[in-house]
Design a binder for this molecule. Sequence first.
Ligand code: FES
Length: 311
Amino acid sequence: MGTEATMGVIARQNWMQPLEEGLQKALHKLFGAAGPAGQKAKDFLNGTWVGHPLHVILTDIPLGTWTAAVAFDALDAASGRKHWKDAADAAIAMGLVGAAGAAVTGLTDWQDIDPPARRIGLTHAALNVGGVALFTASLLMRRRKSRGLGQAFSLLGYGLAMLSARLGGNLVYGQAVGVDHTAGRELPEKFTPVLADSALIAGQTIRSNYRGTPVLLVRSGERIFAMVETCSHLGGPLSEGKLEDDTIQCPWHGSRFALEDGRVLNGPATHPQPCLEARVHKGQIEIRKRTPASEPSPTAVVEPSPAVTSS
Ligand code: FES
């Protein structure tokens, strides 16, 4: 079945909706009940410290080791040597450990994605549960000396894991889950006016625009912060978010970014928010792309010269 047809079948499974909503609610409650520790655990599992989702690293473990297990089983069938049997069993066990990590991180990410990706994600998870169950059964059979049956279970589990990987690929490449939603935005190389200085009230957020790229502007005391306005997580409008202590919280799934340098303070976002230099010139707020030389320096630039006026 082609990708489009497969996604169409999944999209039509409306009976899954209450399950999706209930599970997302339960996961939010679970992390929320643990307070700041829950937030820290969530950030860790999302991969805010890695700079991209942790889940995609961990999924390589079961896929790699189970592929190896199938190959070792084939070598065992061809040679009958004991070390191929041992290698296959060890690879399956290793894959199960990796799958546990992939499941926990995957569920953590999944609680903050929206339809239609949410349903594809849940189907992906269900296939993975099936794959894990089959590989677990395979390991048990092998330990009970039913190696032939164990190998058959492995093959079935591997088939499910491959189907699931296909959905995982669609989530990333088709639904843009886990990718940086600020990537490729056009930003000015030179200082360019985007808003009248008088229009930016301290403590408020404003969405300005540079050639189709929405830019968030915030005045805080003497400083002006500028960053790409669409959230790196899934493109939420940061100008509608919550401003607090020089941080901005996305209204969609609660990611929090430092206005000064765009770093992720809380997930689910894992990619930082691109920041720009900002200044007031001739009554206009001007922005430009940060250069490597300006990188760690603050986003805001003070009023530069006596030529500055209020409009
Ligand atoms: S879009 Fe999800 S946190 Fe911003």
